[in-house]
Design a protein around this ligand. Structure first.
Ligand code: PEP
Ligand code: MG
Length: 894
């Protein structure tokens, strides 16, 4: 294979091979944009290296050939002493992993060539020595593994000695001294001299970039972002251009539109007389990009024109890194930019309006996860406007959301506290990749330095985490673990703080939250056309309309009362896919269930059932009314009966104490006896679902009668009820047949008695492996299947759904056994395979068999795509996830 591609040879569709950065540098080169010449070593070379521990043998010669070509084009040789070519060695994986992997600048500098660089720069010795100083430092840290603090400390000491407050206060001689010091640090710490041979520098840097694929922080980031661990990174070798050659040089980052709202305009940061990494690291404070117009109008105009070219070409928001070297603009990177959830929806519809993309593409540009984010509550404007909460700072709104938590000042504490259930806000002066675990653990992130493109901002946006950055008036002291606000107010570790990532405001204490405008819109309390609804709601409204046009899967709700049903309907539910009737037996009715369980005689039991019947019937009447005209799947009672009785331990203690006092009461004794009788070691595998219906006479009959009578009542009232009776936990068709025969008889009876034209289908859950494996037989007795993927996951894996997530899942996730809990996202290979084969077998028996899913997976984006592909008719999920499921069902079909 070919391991090296010149920028003129690649294009944006080769991301798998060239990584995102390399592919896009090639694309820009071919668009005729000013990209410094260079070449890309493929991800394939990296994979060979990671697998075998050595570069592929052919790599060296290929690199030599491309380097020779580059040298010829630049008219300079790498590291040539009187006129050196310098290059940067930059990582670039298929998926962007901001700041996670290594980059080394100024490769090619040595004791020999530093004077040559000074000559190139018009005799600027200071610049040359500063560049060399940066090389030894970066190389020492990232390639040779020397502790970076040692260099920082030496730099600080040099500044102190000079009385300088920034490195700009150091002159050429100081920097030259510092280079010697840095080289000594390298020799001591790395056990080898800093390599003077340019090609050796380059080769070692390439290898270091390969290795950086597997650092802890890169692995953690990938797990978080669900990026596969075996992709490897490409390496870009690019001719250096310098943003630090004086005031007519600089470096910056820009977005083609506002990544927070999608609004068109000039967004970005610029840093005069600096090298690229200074901006992203948020070390020095930048100026807004608009200021570049004043500083260098020619470059500014050129940049805006390039941004327009890029946006039209990529048909999307792009972000850009650029450098200006003595008035000459260079593009160092572009990519389709990360954006907030709100911006994603607005940009998608804006691009449709501009004719750049169609509706199907607009659906691909947004995700259900983004929609879910927009449905989070926000801070109550009324509370903040009233001044009942105290604002202590105002930074940059870097990643939206409303986060409240206890202040913590380091990642370790963030992780520790969040593990013990605390909500925390991670507060740092600025973040770097080492803070990743803390950022993941925190509700939100607050920094006092850095702009919209600082590490904290970029990473938080990627994770959908609330972030306020650059709140400069807040003084963060990580050593003393406190934050000082203007006026001297001090916030200590553990104090409550609220941050608003949509406005950048920071509040002391806990600010109350209100529902999101998107939820208000779904609730029908806000119209898409209304003034206050704004851009965002209009965009969501349009995307949802596209979604409903293209999706094939129907979306139903898991709801057990009229209120939830009505909300689900407002959110777009096309019926109820699961009404868990056990939820109707709680509260005051529990006593009736207790009577049913404790009944000694048929008469007592019948009395208890008779008392329950009208209550159940009334429940169903309300439910059918709320879902009038739409199907309502009512599941017969599922959980073990002992769940309706008192806790065995508590009751035992109570009875024992009473006995000791010699005043045990008759009822408690009977109750305890019943609790003992019903007690099971593994209730989830015990007397529940259809098993219960078969051993407690009259229970299912009562429920079926309540359903049928409620339907008849609705019909009499002019309604259009569409009940479906669902039998849980069936493992064999015989179980279903017995229930079915009984139910058919009752329905016929009610039909007779009321004269109502009842249309009532009977089906089953498929939630046991045996049911899935014998689905062809079960379909003989079922008009529909609803996959209960919660129990199916539990039984296929043998994972107790109530226990394992808290016990060993963290370890499993860390070991990469799965990337996400199978209770959250369907295990396509295992549980999913059973779903597919059961669906197929069921349909073979009964071609018009209706197929749905009502486990938690019904509202999970990735799983919805799976169910679409598996050919199900609908998914059913909790009301709040319905819009997400509608959108993802459409994305699966688009
Ligand atoms: C299931 O098992 O997937 C299901 C929906 O039923 P429950 O969660 O009530 O057991
Ligand atoms: Mg179940």
């Amino acid at each position: 294979p070919k391991y090296v591609y010149d920028f003129t040879e690649g294009n944006k569709d080769l991301k798998d091979l060239l990584g995102g950065k390399g592919a896009n540098l090639a694309e820009m080169t071919n668009l005729g944009l000013p990209v410094p010449p260079g070449f890309t070593i493929t991800t394939e070379a990296c994979r060979v290296y990671l697998d075998s521990g050595a570069e592929p043998p052919a790599l060296r010669d290929e690199v030599s050939a491309h380097l020779a070509e580059l040298e010829q084009r630049m008219g300079r040789k790498l590291g040539q002493s009187d006129d050196p070519l310098l290059v940067s060695v930059r990582s670039g994986a298929k998926f962007s992993m901001p700041g996670m992997m290594d980059t080394v600048l100024n490769i090619g500098l040595s004791d020999d060539s530093v004077a040559g660089l000074a000559a190139q720069a018009g005799g600027d010795d200071r610049f040359a020595w500063d560049s060399y100083r940066r090389l030894v430092q970066m190389f020492g840290k990232t390639v040779l593994g020397v502790d970076g603090d040692l260099f920082e400390e030496a730099l600080e000491a040099a500044k102190r000695a000079k009385g300088a407050d920034s490195d700009l206060g150091l002159d050429a001689a100081d920097l030259r001294g510092l280079v010697e010091e840095f080289k000594a640090i390298v020799a001591k710490e790395a056990g080898r001299e800093f390599p003077q041979e340019p090609r050796e520098q380059m080769d070692l840097a390439v290898r270091a970039v390969f290795d950086s694929w597997n650092t802890d922080r890169a692995r953690l980031y990938r797990r978080q972002e669900r990026i596969p661990g075996d992709l490897g990174t490409a390496v870009n070798i690019v001719a250096m251009v310098f943003g630090n050659l004086g005031p007519d040089s600089g470096t910056g980052v820009a977005f083609t539109r506002d990544p927070a709202t999608g609004a068109q305009g000039v967004y970005g940061d610029y840093l005069q007389n600096a090298q690229g990494e200074d901006v992203v690291a948020g070390i020095r404070n930048t100026v807004p990009l608009a200021d570049l117009e004043r500083i260098d109008k020619t470059s500014y105009d050129r940049l805006l024109a390039i941004m327009e070219t890029l946006e039209t070409h990529y048909k999307d928001l792009c972000d850009i890194e650029f450098t200006i070297e003595r008035g000459q603009l260079w593009m160092l990177q572009t990519r389709v930019g990360k954006r907030t959830a709100a911006a994603a929806f607005q940009i998608a519809t804006q691009l449709v309006d501009q004719g750049l993309i169609d509706e199907a593409e607009a659906l691909r540009r947004v995700t259900g996860a983004q929609l879910a984010q927009l449905m989070f509550p926000r801070f109550d404007d009324a509370a903040t406007a009233r001044g009942s909460v105290r604002r202590i700072g105002w930074g940059i709104a870097a990643s939206p959301g409303a986060a409240v938590g206890k202040a913590v000042f380091d990642s370790y504490t963030a992780v520790k506290w969040s593990r013990s259930g605390e909500k925390v806000i991670l507060i740092r002066r600025e973040t770097n990749p080492d803070d990743l675990s803390g950022m993941i653990a925190a509700e939100g992130i607050l920094t006092s330095r850095g702009g919209k493109t600082s590490h904290a901002a970029v990473v938080a946006r990627g994770m959908g985490k609330t972030c306020v950055c650059g709140a400069e008036e807040l003084e963060v002291d990580t050593k003393r673990r406190c934050l000082t606000a203007p006026g001297g107010l001090v916030l200590e570790e553990g104090d409550l703080i609220s941050i608003d990532g949509s406005t950048g405001k920071v509040y002391l204490g806990e600010v109350p939250v209100v529902p999101s405008p998107v939820v208000e819109y779904f609730e029908g309390r806000m119209h898409a056309g209304a003034e206050e609804a704004g851009e965002l709601v209009r965009a969501v409204h349009r995307i949802m309309a596209y979604a409903d046009r293209v999706r094939r899967l129907r979306v139903r709700a898991n709801a057990d009362n009229a209120e939830d049903a009505a909300r689900a309907r407002r959110f777009g539910a096309q019926g109820i896919g699961l009404c868990r009737t056990e939820h109707m037996f709680l509260g005051e009715r529990r006593e009736l269930v207790e009577r049913l369980i404790l009944a000694d005689t048929d008469g007592e039991r019948e009395d208890a059932l008779k008392a329950l019947l009208p209550l159940q019937r009334a429940d169903f009447v309300e439910l059918f009314e709320a879902m009038d005209g739409l199907p309502v799947t009512v599941r017969l009672l599922d959980p073990p009966l002992h769940e309706f009785l008192p806790d065995i331990t508590e009751l035992s203690v109570r009875v024992a104490l009473a006995e000791a006092r010699k005043d045990a009461n008759e009822n408690d004794l009977r109750l305890l006896q019943a609790v003992h009788k019903l007690h099971e070691q593994n209730p989830m595998l015990g007397l529940r679902g259809v098993r219960l219906g078969l051993v407690v006479p009259g229970l299912f009959a009562m429920q079926v009668r309540a359903i049928a009578e409620a339907a008849a009542q609705r019909i009499a009232a002019g309604g259009d009820p569409r009940p479906e009776i669902m039998v849980p936990l069936v493992g064999t068709v015989q179980e279903l047949e017995i229930v079915r025969d009984e139910a058919d008889a009752i329905v016929a009876e009610v039909r007779e008695a009321t004269g109502a034209d009842l249309d009532l289908s009977i089906g089953t859950m498929i939630e046991l492996p045996r049911a899935a494996l014998t689905a062809g037989q079960i379909a003989e007795a079922a008009e529909f299947f609803s996959f209960g993927t919660n129990d199916l996951t539990q039984t296929v894996w043998g994972f107790s759904r109530d226990d394992v997530e808290a016990s060993f899942f963290t370890a499993y996730l860390e070991k990469g056994i799965f990337g996400v809990s199978p209770f959250e996202t369907i295990d396509a290979d295992g549980v999913g395979a059973l779903v597919r084969s059961a669906a197929e077998a069921g349909r073979a028996t009964r071609p018009d068999l209706k197929l749905g899913v009502c486990g938690e997976h019904g509202g999970d984006p990735e799983s919805v795509h799976f169910f679409h592909r598996a050919g199900l008719d609908y998914v059913s999920c909790s009301p709040f996830r319905i819009p997400v499921a509608r959108l993802e069902a459409a994305r699966a079909a688009a």
